[in-house]
Design a protein around this ligand. Sequence first.
Ligand SMILES: Cc1cc2nc3c(=O)[nH]c(=O)nc-3n(C[C@H](O)[C@H](O)[C@H](O)COP(=O)(O)OP(=O)(O)OC[C@H]3O[C@@H](n4cnc5c(N)ncnc54)[C@H](O)[C@@H]3O)c2cc1C
Length: 379
Amino acid sequence: MAVDRLLPTDEARDLIGLTRDVADKVLAPIVDEHEKTGTYPAGVFATLGEAGLLSLPYPEEWGGGGQPYEVYLQVLEEIAARWAAVAVAVSVHSLACHPLMTFGTEEQKQRWLPEMLGGATVGAYSLSEPQAGSDAAALVCKASTVDGGYRVTGSKAWITHGGIADFYNLFARTGEGSKGISCFLVPKDTAGLSFGKPEEKMGLHAVPTTSAYYDNAFVPAERRIGAEGQGLQIAFSALDSGRLGIAAVAVGLAQAALDEAVAYAQERTAFGRKIIDHQGLGFLLADMAAAVDSARATYLDAARRRDAGQPYSRNASVAKLVATDAAMKVTTDAVQVLGGYGYTRDFRVERYMREAKITQIFEGTNQIQRLVISRHLAG
Ligand SMILES: Cc1cc2nc3c(=O)[nH]c(=O)nc-3n(C[C@H](O)[C@H](O)[C@H](O)COP(=O)(O)OP(=O)(O)OC[C@H]3O[C@@H](n4cnc5c(N)ncnc54)[C@H](O)[C@@H]3O)c2cc1C
């Protein structure tokens, strides 16, 4: 059932309509096959780019959609309800455009931003390393100063869209400590850059996650974004926005699971009546609906603060925590509603449950969100 959304403008309503159309006609017919075979749907990203859905929250003057964040997130939610892997990749692309948009010079933006926001090139974000995920300041990949730029050596891990994306936000060490990290925009075809084979994941099979290996790779100085040593600040600033994207993806997944569970419960009978009419199950569905609605309200509140130019870092962490925990519970309960059938691959709730798990882990685990929130509380 389509979500009845409160949207700020007619343009936003049109965008949601367009997204539902693309989701129904382009995503829905192929999602099961791609998730089963683990094949990347390149054509889907071309379609989303052409439809202007890859850069909605960025200014129109740079090729973006000029939409408020609250609208972008609801578009993302609609995509996730059909295909979480694609929604995650769209969110990561948006995350990967953030450093250049926010910290790039006018010249850098003019050079690269229009193709990134226009969807001609797709981006990835590589902060994590094999030994440094939550503790990003412990990263060791090294960028040494040489004539005209930097030589990079080291490994990055867990890159969504790795090996496929055209450009990579690379966070590498140019000095000591947390203020010794810098941000670079690295093109895929850089000599000395190679990618590992895709990780064999629990879900999100259609979009690869890989390592990247830098072997004395030359990155010109003009590809450093922001000042030397500003990298971690840039990374965390992008993640505040990115976390809201993951919250929206989680709500899309939870909504899809709720819809399937309700539809099933209206058909299936036990003890002479529809299972939805057994109060024990009806109340389970009611709790699921309450969790989805409140998670959506939480991310929208954070997004509206962002749109109003107010601080929203704490709210983004609350939204990511609440929405992804809700998605895990709601998708698990959806499997319960379908009984034995829910545990098979014949029904999508099984996939939703596997996909919900990662939303509690990436872009800062939910323990790290609690750390951020508690630090805000401690002042
Ligand atoms: C499918 C997938 C896609 C990803 N995509 C990207 C990407 O595109 N770019 C990117 O840079 N990274 C990406 N990641 C990496 C992801 O962000 C990290 O896996 C995540 O941040 C956790 O880091 P870790 O795996 O090293 O776990 P660790 O940091 O080793 O944490 C292990 C456990 O310890 C807990 N823990 C750690 N520190 C604390 C603490 N201080 N207090 C309490 N508990 C703590 C964690 O919550 C976790 O439960 C991706 C990961 C996956 C699986």
